[in-house]
Write a protein that binds this ligand. Structure first.
Ligand SMILES: Nc1ncnc2c1ncn2[C@@H]1O[C@H](COP(=O)(O)OP(=O)(O)OP(=O)(O)O)[C@@H](O)[C@H]1O
Length: 314
């Protein structure tokens, strides 16, 4: 029998009720996709695309207009309890009572989820998020990064097989971002399926096995990260010339050509139509001497911009 996906979403529609007499806002216009088990799955999209609506629907905090959602094989309408028990949600905002300690935060949450005392593993969870030495410190004395890690532990008290993180690294510094990535990888290595939304394309590229892109409430891509990156047809060469020039050399085969300054120019070309050697040859033919060359692969940002600006579906 084929394994059920960690999350199965079909024809999900959410229309927010109108504030006045209008039609209301269509935030999700019929979205279908699966999150395979055992993966780190990234949900990307520009501001207002519908990511939070989707996550909040999974969390049971937003009522969908129509469509179906199954979490670990449990339909969220028909099998609400099991669906809820199968998912942990890490919200964007970090809010704790400043007078509770991390261990108390986890114990209270375990109580809310009805986890019997004998099955609780609060200390183990604090260890997993590297907060065991802060178990008895007041939450108000924790740094921003520690609070975020505590939120992740809190979402895991009932041992859900699926963990959803809404913008886990929004507004955190580079060092902390890397620590959180490491934590997500550790959880995933232990078998937890992770879904995360992010604005940082580098984060998605580094962390996610598969990426779905939402734009204007529609799914416009859903592919393994590698395949999505391969969709970037553009390659870029940066050349250092033997003299200063005011205007970049142009050719019908160049997609883009710009002067960067300090005798450097950048030329983007379609990797399916030509290679770097041909670009150099053409620049040479135009009478320019080349003293240095480097190339840059297009990254997820290039793909993202191409997809979300054209609205093309894949
Ligand atoms: N409670 C609400 N009532 C009415 N419209 C809403 C509500 N919540 C969100 N929307 C609208 O639905 C659309 C999708 O919003 P959503 O917050 O899901 O996007 P998002 O992709 O999470 O964006 P962001 O990255 O900015 O959080 C937006 O146009 C938003 O204005």
């Amino acid at each position: 029998m084929e394994q059920t996906p960690a999350i199965r979403i079909r024809d999900l529609v959410k229309r927010y009720a109108p504030a006045g007499s209008g039609e209301g806002k269509l935030a999700l216009g019929g979205v279908s996709f699966d999150v395979p088990r055992g993966q780190v799955f990234g949900l990307l999209g520009p501001n207002g695309a519908g990511k939070s609506t989707l996550i909040n629907t999974l969390a049971g905090m937003v009522m969908k207009t129509s469509g179906t959602i199954e979490i670990w094989g449990h339909d969220i309408d028909r099998d609400r309890r099991d669906a809820k028990a199968s998912i942990g949600i890490v919200p964007q905002e970090v809010v704790f009572d400043p007078f509770f300690t991390p261990i108390e935060v986890l114990e209270i949450q375990a109580g809310l989820y009805g986890v019997p005392k004998a099955q609780r593993r609060s200390m183990e969870l604090l260890k997993a998020v590297h907060l065991d030495d802060k178990a008895h410190a007041y939450a108000r004395s924790l740094s921003g990064g520690m609070r975020r890690r505590l939120l992740i532990a809190k979402a895991m008290v009932h041992r859900p097989p699926v963990l959803v993180l809404d913008e886990p690294t929004a507004g955190v510094d580079v060092e902390l971002r890397r620590q959180l990535w490491e934590l997500v990888r550790e959880l995933n290595d232990e078998g937890v399926t992770v879904v995360l939304t992010t604005h940082y394309l580098e984060e998605a590229e580094q962390l996610c096995d598969r990426i779905a892109i939402i734009n204007h409430g529609q799914l416009i891509a859903n592919k393994p990260t590698r395949e999505l990156l391969d969709m970037a047809r553009e390659k870029i060469v940066v050349l250092t010339l033997d003299r200063d020039i005011d205007t970049a050399p142009q050719h019908e085969l160049f997609r883009r050509s710009e002067v960067l300054g300090d005798r450097r120019i950048e030329i983007a070309y379609d990797k399916d139509r030509m290679n770097a050697g041909q670009v150099l040859g053409l620049v040479h033919e135009l009478g320019l001497g080349i003293v240095d060359v480097s190339t840059r692969e297009a990254d997820l940002e290039d793909v993202f911009v191409a997809l979300t600006s054209s609205g093309r579906s894949s």
